[in-house]
Ligand binder design. Structure first.
Ligand code: CP
Length: 299
């Protein structure tokens, strides 16, 4: 199969990613100016959401519409996937019906299985392993606010899960230094940590945040971990990001959260309204960065 997929940030070169981010800001300005830009007329995106979504779904659906194309929302329980049709068969069929497919799945191996036989490009709309679309928006937001992120210092506080994994890959692709602090039992994936020489783990959030230019966190219990809520709340005590913790960062630091946020858990009740928080722009940039991604992949 020759289709170029976007299952993780490592699927694209540094130059490709820089081009997408730059284009995202251009598309944002075109949209704000009311310019109609419809290069994807006649193109169709199929979106398979095994897990819930607000931002990813709406950004892709609105983005395809604005670019002149069409998006179809599919839930496995409303398609034959829910009745056991194999992922590979679904991929073969959709390849002959649409131009590009986005999947949000719990098990990243399903994404790999789909992509392995898909003859159209496949986008990871989040899996248990990576969330690359979120990183496009995060990088766009930082660069728009502060300029290049190269050689800047980023702190990730919380769960060493899919967003943390994507930040580790981003530290390579965008060439920044990443310091991660998690409870010991929620440390990030060892292979990824070993492979990404700009990423390292420290024990305390204060140490991770010290001098950081960007501070990032995510929920303590992601989708699929709902049965661990109580034990995770206990394990993550001391890892809440609040304004006092942000005071350890650089005076010009930004705070990001991919949302949805749980106020009073991974962030203090008022943190999203802190002047250092850029979460609303970050969420808005999901639209522009995903439009740039679609334009890039559908050429
Ligand atoms: N951050 C993020 O992916 O949001 P959704 O789950 O709403 O798509």
């Amino acid at each position: 199969m020759t289709a170029k997929h976007f299952l993780s940030l490592m699927d694209f070169s540094r130059d490709d990613l820089a081009q997408i981010i730059e284009r995202a800001s251009e598309l944002k300005h075109l949209h704000a100016a009311g310019v109609h830009h419809r290069p994807l007329e006649g193109k169709t995106l199929a979106m398979i959401f095994e897990l819930k979504s607000t931002r990813t779904r709406v950004a892709f659906e609105a983005g395809m519409h604005q670019l002149g194309g069409h998006a179809i929302f599919l839930r496995p329980d409303e398609t034959q996937l829910g009745r056991g049709e194999p992922v590979g068969d679904t991929a073969r069929v959709l390849s002959s019906l649409v131009d590009i497919v986005m999947l949000r799945v719990l098990d990243h191996t399903d994404l790999n299985s789909f992509a392995a036989v898909s003859s159209v490009p496949v986008i990871n709309g989040m899996s248990n392993r990576f969330h690359p679309c979120q990183l496009l928006a995060d990088m766009q937001t930082f660069i728009e606010k502060r300029g290049s992120i190269r050689d800047q210092s980023v702190a990730f506080i919380g769960d060493g899960y899919n967003l943390c994994n994507s930040y580790m890959l981003a530290s390579d692709r965008f060439e920044f230094d990443l310091t991660i602090s998690t409870p010991p039992e929620f440390r990030p994936n060892k292979d990824l940590l070993d492979k990404n020489r700009r990423a390292h783990w420290v024990a305390t959030p204060q140490e991770a945040v010290s001098g950081a230019n960007l501070v990032v966190t995510d929920v303590w219990s992601s989708m699929g971990q709902e049965n661990q809520l109580a034990e995770r709340r206990e394990a993550f005590q001391g890892f809440q990001v609040d304004s006092n913790l942000l005071d350890h960062a650089d005076t010009n630091a930004l705070f990001m959260h991919c949302l949805p946020a749980h106020r009073g858990e991974e962030i203090s009740v008022d943190l999203l309204e802190d002047p250092r928080s850029v979460v609303w722009e970050e969420a808005g940039n999901r639209l522009h960065s995903q439009k740039a991604l679609l334009e890039f992949m559908l050429g």
